[in-house]
Design a protein around this ligand. Structure first.
Ligand code: DC
Length: 234
């Protein structure tokens, strides 16, 4: 069976990661969380007191940072490692969420992480989510999805997620963080978040999780079948 590349982009907190994970599971594909890489880079810079606005610090940070993903055998979830340490939980805290957009505006950091992401997707059979996957990382992705949801819905979902991890954060603070990240992510000079013309838009404000996953899996299967029949005829 031929395998495809699926790029999922969209605003912060509209369920990209959980949707992408479920789509990957359904298709038997690998899920790659590109945001986790920007988050791990942020943790590295914070822990080492490196400033993203100082080019020497950025060079030093990039040289001393190794990000990888490893499958947790109990949960079967890919977890993020920074220089050999599991940082999966730490990178999801508000401390990192409040700084990550700043790190993600730096061209040389993006260049390095995009190159790693492209290597990870080389074998196809990949679902990757982020902000520039359909535009920069995989501009020729077989399926591009742009996910949206209204701010209130996104903030409530994020609050529940944080609570499940033991962090109680006021809804207003979460809303402010999401809105600010949307603003920075969409207006930055380097690879801003934008909906590509060939992307399928999925608004998750009023859909169930199963519906949004089903819609993407359906679109993916149509492309896989079309490619298979094209290959069969040529
Ligand atoms: O998907 P996330 O919320 O975990 O991403 C964290 C931040 O990383 C987000 O605010 C913007 C940045 N990011 C990016 O600039 N490009 C990507 N491909 C993925 C994430």
């Amino acid at each position: 069976m031929n395998k495809i590349v699926i790029a999922i982009d969209g605003y912060s907190g509209c369920g990209k990661s959980s949707t992408a994970k479920a789509v990957a599971k359904d298709l038997g594909y690998t899920y790659i969380d590109s945001g986790a890489m920007y988050r791990a880079a942020t943790l590295h810079f914070l822990n080492n007191f490196l400033s993203p606005s100082n080019p020497h610090d950025v060079e030093k940070g990039l040289k001393s940072m190794e990000i990888s993903f490893h499958l947790n055998p109990d949960t079967l979830i890919q977890e993020t490692y920074l220089n050999g340490l599991n940082v999966e939980n730490e990178i999801r805290t508000m401390r990192i969420s409040n700084k990550v957009s700043e790190i993600a505006t730096i061209a040389s950091i993006r260049k390095e992480l995009v190159a790693q992401q492209q290597r990870l997707g080389r074998k196809k059979g990949v679902v990757m989510d982020g902000r520039d996957i359909g535009s920069v990382v995989f501009p020729h992705a077989d399926l591009k999805v742009f996910m949206t949801a209204d701010l209130e819905t996104r903030a409530i979902r994020r609050q529940v997620e944080l609570l499940e991890k033991g962090e109680l954060v006021a809804l207003e603070d979460i809303k402010a963080n999401l809105a600010e990240r949307d603003r920075v992510d969409s207006s930055r000079a380097e690879s801003p978040l934008k909906k590509m013309e060939d992307a399928v838009e999925v608004d998750t404000s009023n859909s169930t999780f199963a519906e949004q996953v089903g819609k993407i899996v359906h679109a993916a299967r149509q492309i896989i079948d079309k490619q298979a029949s094209y290959a069969g005829n040529h």
